[in-house]
Design a protein around this ligand. Structure first.
Ligand code: SF4
Ligand code: SF4
Length: 165
């Protein structure tokens, strides 16, 4: 049985007060492409409902519905008649999942790739040499040192285990 966590609910409300405007009309779920693809197993309205009720265990531990399926396409935000900022609220919940190390492996791998390469999808040597042959400009990537510093300062790096660890 899920337990209401008032502290968690207040934290979400403090992060984004638009949560309290939701009247559960389901317009967000009706327009969500991921809800459509998963035949409703992913359901943004339900995530908002669980946040309103302070069901922290469902959102963070069980991840039911799985918030990581959100593609952040913003369709729900555009459609919501109450101007609920769903994706902002989801970001806080995802950060809470991250603090608990309850994050799908694919996101950890992506985080590690950014930490090590400065980009989420590094360019292969073949692509770089083809670009050079075509006379295309060199691709500028962010400074790895700066990224590493930001990730350490924000405690992000501590949650990303080294490969094989
Ligand atoms: S569209 Fe807005 S008001 Fe309607 S359920 Fe979704 S978040 Fe709530
Ligand atoms: S932002 Fe996420 S929840 Fe909203 S419509 Fe897109 S995939 Fe669905």
């Amino acid at each position: 049985m899920s337990v209401i966590n008032f502290e968690f609910r207040n934290e979400v409300l403090k992060h984004n007060a638009s949560l309290s405007y939701c009247y559960q009309c389901s317009t967000c779920s009706g327009g969500c492409p991921v809800a459509l693809l998963t035949q409703g197993r992913y359901n943004p309205r339900k995530i908002i409902e669980e946040a309103i009720l302070g069901l922290k265990d469902k959102l963070i531990e069980k991840q039911d519905p799985n918030i990581w399926l959100c593609s952040t396409c913003q369709t729900c935000v555009e459609l919501c008649p109450q101007k609920v900022e769903l994706t902002e609220i989801f970001t806080l919940i995802k950060n809470k999942c991250f603090e608990k190390d309850n994050v799908p492996e694919a996101f950890i791998v992506q985080g590690r790739t950014v930490l090590e390469n400065g980009v989420a999808i590094p360019y292969s040597k073949a692509i770089l040499s083809r670009r050079e042959k075509l006379g295309l400009p060199t691709i500028k990537t962010a400074s790895i040192d700066e990224i590493e510093k930001i990730m350490k300062e924000t405690n992000f790096a501590n949650h990303i285990p080294k490969e094989g660890a």
